[in-house]
Design a protein around this ligand. Sequence first.
Ligand code: GLC
Ligand code: MG
Length: 530
Amino acid sequence: MTRANNVRPWWEAGVVYQIYPRSFQDSDGDGIGDLEGVRQRLDHIVALGADAIWLSPIFPSPMADFGYDVADYCNIDPMFGDLDHFDALLSEAHARGLKLLLDFVPNHTSDQHPWFIESRASRDNPKRDWYFWRDPASGGGPPNNWMSDMGGSAWEFDKRTGQYYLHAFLKEQADLNWRNPEVRKAMDDVLHFWFARGVDGFRIDVLWHCIKAEGLPDNPPNPDYYRELGEKFLVLQHNSANRPEIHAIAANFRTIADQYGDRLLVGEICLPVPALMEYYGNDQAPGVHLPFNFQLLDAPWDAAALAALITQYEAALPPGGWPNWVMGSHDAPRIAGRLGDAQARVAAMLLLTLRGTPTLYQGDELGIGLVRIPQDRIRDPQDLRQPGLGLGRDGARTPMAWDSSPHGGFSTAEPWLPLHEDWERRNVAAQASDANSMLSLYRRLMALRRGSPALSIGTKSAIKGEDGVLVYQRKHENECLLVALNLTSEPRDLPLPSSVRQCLASTIANRRFDGTLLPDEGVVLQLEEY
Ligand code: GLC
Ligand code: MG
């Protein structure tokens, strides 16, 4: 984590844009987005001002979990195109100066992956030990008390051989045994395959799950369990995830990535901050470059609480560890759905002015809000298997709206999920020509960030959260900026240092800042050089 020659890697100043390929752009009229569609829409990402795109999984898959159940790690699902489409997308992205990250899913494969099909064929199959097969408990039933993240036991009984196999997620997603050296070798080969093809990095799916406690002992019961959370919280993931051995696995991924130069590894890790920090690794064994920081996804939208959260996160970073921030994803409710339209604008300013690499999720730049999915159109297995708990992720996965043509220009056919209700107004074309739109705000902020070392790589002063207003400074060399975010829907006076020179951005277009923050207003002010 100490930097060799003081050269900053591209991703420190960069902004990552997450594409959910099923819902970005359909090019072949099947109502489902594809790689050719992404290629056709690259200009949107350039105009927005992102530096990298991360594609959620595009590999052959039965789609039980919409691609997070991979049946072949080194190919493209025909629904999305083929390797030629992929190469065309990659080279056009590179030609536009965009990096491209793929989604690596090492914890589990599809139950249709040839490895699992072999593994389940017989107890003495050479691939039997690639997965977790166990006899029923002595009194019958699953071998231990581990719960699936999608509800129910994490074990599925397979009649053919009379044993259970482990799945931390759906039963169609069988967990790989990362203590088996052949599994490690096979997955290393996957990384080499894509790096050699030119991809710039990976987001690593559920990294903290990859290795389990030796002997698979029961998990301790969760003292805080209550029914509303869903049964997956019945036990703590003490033995089934976040084991110390995971860090050697992450370090090995990093060694592979480093062989290819300036590549990026982002780890999906849903753990409290102290445990999260371990995934940066250390100088001897660096881990992933960016362990995803998901705290803003469910933080209380309160200035004092956010100030404390940001301060604690920064303080916990290991030396040389670069921060990162996430406000939305294909798994989380939409920002504007959570905070409302006006505060979603303030959230955009927060995401793009905090110190660290932001990840922006497709559609949030339009301010898509809460999308209610009619019962008969629910597709998310998490929602279908645990109905009524409000766990549905479809609302964040609805198609992009590009213009006011049928289906928002997303497809010539009925899309696999419905569009947001106000798509005829809330689409890229309409917002591009409206200086006051969410899209214009994102473009302004990203352009400001790109031109400002203080914002992209600068230091951050202590952050204050008082009276509903969050205030911090960003500095680099002579450049000094002050960010003030009004998290309330009332005006707030902003006690200003005398050194204020001008207002570089407000969440409200064409606004002349006069010392009072309007309701729901955020500003970036330029201070006198020093
Ligand atoms: C990650 C993905 C999520 C998926 C799960 C299982 O959390 O983001 O969509 O369901 O892993 O692969
Ligand atoms: Mg298609």
